[in-house]
Write a protein that binds this ligand. Sequence first.
Ligand code: PLP
Length: 371
Amino acid sequence: MKIETLSVHAGRKPDKSTGAVTPPIHLSTTYERDASGEYPKGFVYSRASNPNRESLEDCLMQLEGGKSAAAFSSGSAAAMSIFQALSSGDHIIASDDLYHGTRNLIKLFQKWNVSSSFVDMTNVKNVENAITKKTKLIWIETPTNPLLKIVDINKISSLVKKKKIKIACDNTWATPILQSPLELGADLSLHATTKYIGGHSDVLGGAVISNSDDEFFQKIKEIQKAGGAVPSPFECWLVLRGIQTLPLRIRAQSDSAMQIAEFLRSHPKVEKVYYPGLPSHPGHDVASTQMKKFGGMISFQVKGKMKDAMRVASKVKIFVRATSLGGPESLIEHRASVEGPDTKTPQNLLRMSIGLEHPDDLINDLSNALR
Ligand SMILES: Cc1ncc(COP(=O)(O)O)c(C=O)c1O
């Protein structure tokens, strides 16, 4: 089945007891045993599994073309389960530009003797040079947050084919609609479902989808069950609902982002635009082969300093000044101030999540703000 059809139907079927087409939300935390002490329906306790989470995991597994999936209470909880599945003494290689929360999480694991190297993954040689005998995980994010660097998933996967190194790819910005990391050779695909997958800025969530039900993924499932960083049934229901319109949303957002990136590229007040859809972007060729469209995220540097970028953000009328991404409303933010004092993100950079408004209105809004 095509991904549009899967997005509507995967993980969902009419409720057997009532015929309800939209799945019910099962709030029960516990499930009844039969007289012999068995659990005939397979559910025991909601932290371990529940019908809404099972539906969501099934749907995400099908969208990513994986063998198994585990849903979490946030994208960060999903990422943490992968780091927790490593052992003391292991080494992680991650991109030098990546979601700052993930970078902080990786650094947190130094306490448990999990070391890390952050390299520019746009050059595969840098990854090759960083591999040591202890390397057990390569963490790809593509496009990266916030500089939209493009990492060649297939090349990096080929590099470690015969080694016992897991490749995880944070696919949050591309979504399963635009990019399929497992098909490109990654072992694990990660999502902050908080973003495009949920799609309405009203639910936090995360997921890990695996290309095998191997020992490493069993550890992730064990961490999910024992650690309990799980989404509630209602949150699973909301995310599953969001997925039904994901293909339409992400395509519209990508098309608008392309137009807005082109407008900004030729604007005299703009120093630099970061959008992989622009042929001038250094990752454009790789993005064109591994992505179906280029996504809804754009960063740009305003000519001048931080105050000049802040002034642009202060003048927008349709864009909302807020962090996060992937919702129907366009967001704009001064990224460096969110990331904190150690950030390498340029101080005159603004990051935008393009929503579902008409692109002409968004371009007018930016044009007025840049004036
Ligand atoms: C690429 C990426 N991965 C992971 C996360 C973390 O997601 P959450 O906020 O749901 O923990 C974010 C959040 O912005 C993100 O942009």
